[in-house]
Write a protein that binds this ligand. Structure first.
Ligand code: AMP
Ligand code: MG
Length: 420
């Protein structure tokens, strides 16, 4: 084995190399804000409106002039009623306006009194008595306190999520410019793989396993905003594999495969990519992970030169595939979409376990936050145990050779960060 061992490459160096080759997709499309969940914004969204547009009430109650309410127990005459969606008249000294949440504050008023703090004499319902001190500005939402006119509310390169869609809608944007979805072709290698549904569990031949990677990789790609084509199982022949990959490269920005990148493995995907373009097979100093293939297939440059179709080959072990997707494919796709990473720093959380025998490689442990502010470790960290990724809610990033003890603060990424 040692004769074939290559020096290990750090994950950061591998990422830098890959990202240095990526050009962001330039084609932009306009989509309805309604349908833009998960898309990558390709414009700075500038507000043509202040939100809220006017000072308005944050309570159901009475708009008053605060200087009229001294001392506590003062009475005012209710002269108008302002429901949300309407606007009132100027409030004169000694007057109050019945007002509801969201309704604009009438000119002259400078405070709102909650209806709970007001008493109304049934014999004289237009007269209210205020039973609390009133400070200027209370229960008023100021114009522009959410969004001020002319500001960038959503920057180019931000991934649109539910709150972003709401904010865009709050300034009246019915459409948004987004980057076209990356087109990714997905394939799995391995003669042992069987698609669920094809063979019942009781009838599985010895040595065969179900293809699990294909399911989570497809879902991960879709969550990353990609259009996924499933190439299925590639033919067991070099020329046929080259034909499939050559064709796929025309239509796609990335071909993603899992399995078959281990040292000495026999399959046709690696030689096919090599024959059609460029392929690097790296040994990455990470665990799970290690083998990783990166390259590209040049597209036929019939009219204008086009960016190549990239190729990424992930290891076959399910947890290795899952973790390398998060660490490698995700940032790659983000760069391809011209996206900007939002939260770059991991959380620092204490571990509630010991880690006495670290690996020489950087290690990503599957852990779960417990109810005591710390992290628990899934007991089996094997790269084949996909249960660890389901039980866990995130990854701890352990530096090469680092011994850890109960209570040590470690960098922790929740899966929610990587999956958005
Ligand atoms: P490989 O990277 O091809 O050497 O595969 C390493 C291990 O992962 C082997 O035990 C494979 O059977 C398994 N494996 C490869 N591809 C898949 C897949 N798509 N789904 C589940 N297990 C896989
Ligand atoms: Mg294999």
């Amino acid at each position: 084995m040692s004769s074939t061992a290559k020096p290990l490459m750090s994950l950061d160096d591998a990422l830098d190399t890959m990202l240095s080759h990526v050009q962001s997709l330039t084609s932009v499309e306009t989509v309805a804000t309604w349908d833009a969940d998960g898309r990558m914004l390709s414009e700075d969204v500038v507000s043509e409106l202040a939100v809220p547009a006017l000072d308005n009430s944050s309570m159901d109650g009475y708009a008053v002039r605060s200087s009229d309410v001294h001392p506590v127990g003062s009475s005012l005459r209710v002269t108008q009623r302002i429901p949300a969606g309407s606007h009132g008249q100027a409030l004169l000294p000694g007057e109050a306006a019945r007002i509801f949440t969201g309704a604009p504050i009438p000119p002259g008023a400078d405070a709102v009194v909650m209806q709970e703090h007001v008493s109304v004499d049934p014999a004289q319902p237009e007269i209210i008595t205020i039973n609390q001190t009133v400070s200027k500005g209370q229960w008023i939402r100021r114009a522009g306190e959410d969004v001020s006119l002319g500001t960038v509310i959503l920057p180019k390169g931000c991934r649109l999520q539910p709150a972003e869609l709401g904010l865009a809608a709050s300034i009246g944007r019915a459409e948004l410019a987004v980057v076209r979805k990356p087109r990714v072709a997905l394939l799995s290698t391995g003669d042992e793989l069987i698609m669920p549904g094809r063979v019942a569990p009781a009838d599985m031949k010895p040595g065969t396993i179900y293809n699990s990677n294909r399911f989570f990789l497809r879902a991960l790609l879709q969550r990353a905003g990609c259009e996924v084509t499933d190439l299925g199982i590639v033919p067991d022949q070099l020329q046929a594999t080259m034909d499939v990959l050559g064709q796929a490269s025309v239509e796609h920005d990335l071909i993603l495969s899992s399995g078959g990148v281990s040292v000495g493995e026999e399959d046709h995907v690696k030689p096919a990519v090599q024959a059609l373009g460029v392929l690097n097979v790296w040994q990455i100093a990470m665990k799970p992970g290690k083998p990783l293939a990166f390259g590209w297939i040049n597209k036929p440059s019939s009219v204008t030169p086009q960016p190549p179709c990239f190729f990424l080959g992930l290891p076959g072990n399910p947890v290795s595939s899952f973790v390398t997707y998060l660490c490698v494919v995700r940032p790659f796709l983000l760069a391809l979409q011209g996206g900007v990473e939002r939260d770059t720093a991991p959380y620092q959380l204490p571990i509630h376990f010991d880690w006495p025998r670290p690996d020489k490689r950087r290690e990503f442990l599957r852990v779960r936050r417990n109810g005591h502010g710390g992290l628990d470790l899934f007991p089996n960290q094997s790269s084949g145990v996909l249960t660890s990724a389901v039980w866990g809610d995130g990854l701890v990033d352990v530096a090469p050779g680092q011994v850890l003890c109960q209570g040590d603060l470690v960098p922790y990424w929740p899966f929610s960060h990587w999956l958005s």
